[in-house]
Design a protein. Structure first.
Length: 375
């Protein structure tokens, strides 16, 4: 199946699970044609369709409650219940029971593609080695949350160097246009349960963010509280794309809250799954962190090891799985992660080139329309 047909099939399926916003979906389609890395981030559904064929040996590995849509820019910071700055995986929209290798190969594939686009300055084989070293250490140690207080000074300096300027951050939030029309009642209820006080007056805006979830309803409640602004985002969730790719073997249950509660993690108390919506606090230090916004002088080997360790933190939420994974890894060929991720890069780039060619007429039409407007 070609990428165009796969995308149309997935979006038709998704439209039966939740409300689709056509303008946002069009934005996603253009982003998919812009560069290979955004294409990878936006197409987890395609990954699950081709992954077993490309990585046949890895696809039979022990099962865990896995992230699924894991990549090097799906990491960020939040404040835990003690107000401490914490780092880890940021988004679990596609969580499902999968072979543990899905997360490792996808993380390594994203590192390969980031290296190709000069977002990382490390050899691809070294990147895979670092990810696997961190993952093994996490499993063997029983995991440990990345609380950036007493420990992880290097990571704290890397993250605090990119925390958004509060003035600029709230300027962007304030600039979001107030939503015209009704907001779903269950989204409003979800907002109100996570706002810091009952009865707060708030306005609701539509927000365009992310790539994999573009096209779904995404709203922000903005309020004043105790002398400053607060914001909560509600994003509509659907069953993992695993269900579309393999409907006979995948559960339709949304497991977002399950993975938050079971992982080795100091959780954000303002992230909750409520009535079909994932609701979270938006704040300058509660966000995903892109590679381009990190300091140029950084220890990328150490960063990738931490990403591997954090992946183990999540997988350890599956009971009694560590020994099974460690035994399975002992049987894996040398450099298996590098080989499998290289093969997935090739498959992803082939799809990206097909998609870019497919989208070329639409992009030209859009550019032409903009030029006419300027005249």
């Amino acid at each position: 199946m070609k990428i165009q047909k796969a995308t149309a099939s997935y979006e038709a399926w998704l439209g039966k699970q939740l409300k689709i916003l056509p303008a946002d979906l069009e934005h996603k389609h253009r982003a998919m044609a812009s560069d290979p890395f955004p294409f990878l981030r936006a197409t987890f559904y395609r990954w699950m369709q081709v992954w077993e064929e490309v990585c046949e040996d890895a696809s039979s590995a022990p099962m865990v409650l896995a992230v699924g849509d894991l990549h090097v820019e799906n990491f960020g910071t939040w404040r835990d219940v003690e107000g401490r700055l914490t780092w880890g995986i940021n988004d679990f929209d596609e969580v499902a029971e999968m072979p543990y290798t899905v997360d490792l190969v996808r993380l390594a594939t994203s590192a390969h593609m980031a290296i190709k686009e000069a977002k990382l300055q490390i050899a691809t084989r070294d990147a895979c080695t670092a990810i696997l070293e961190g993952y093994l250490k996490g499993l063997q140690s029983g995991g440990r949350a990345f609380v950036l207080a007493e420990e992880h000074h290097w990571l704290r300096m890397m993250m605090t160097g990119v925390l958004r300027d509060p003035v600029a951050f709230w300027g962007k939030i304030d600039a979001l246009p107030t939503l015209r029309g009704k907001t779903p009642k269950d989204a409003r209820r979800a907002f109100e349960k996570l706002l810091p006080a009952q009865g707060l007056k708030y306005r609701i805006a539509h927000r365009i963010a992310g790539l994999g979830s573009l096209g779904r309803e995404r709203y922000v409640a903005i309020a004043e509280y105790a002398g400053g602004k607060v914001a909560r985002e509600a994003k509509a969730l659907a069953p993992s794309a695993c269900v579309w790719a393999n409907p006979s073997n995948a559960s339709r249950r949304i497991r977002y809250q399950d993975i938050l509660d079971s992982a080795v993690r100091s959780i954000d108390p303002f992230v909750r799954f409520k009535g079909g919506w994932i609701v979270r606090r938006l704040a300058p230090d509660c966000s995903r962190v892109e590679l381009s916004s990190m300091p140029k002088e950084r220890d990328e080997t150490r960063l990738l090891r931490a990403m591997g360790f954090e992946t183990a933190n999540v997988h350890l939420g599956t009971p009694r799985v560590a020994s099974k994974i460690l035994a399975d890894l002992k049987k894996c060929p040398l450099h298996w992660l590098h080989v499998d991720s290289e093969n997935m890069v090739k498959a992803t780039l082939a799809d990206y080139n097909d998609w870019r060619e497919f989208m070329a007429p639409a992009v030209k039409t859009k550019v032409g329309a903009k030029k006419k407007k300027k005249k």
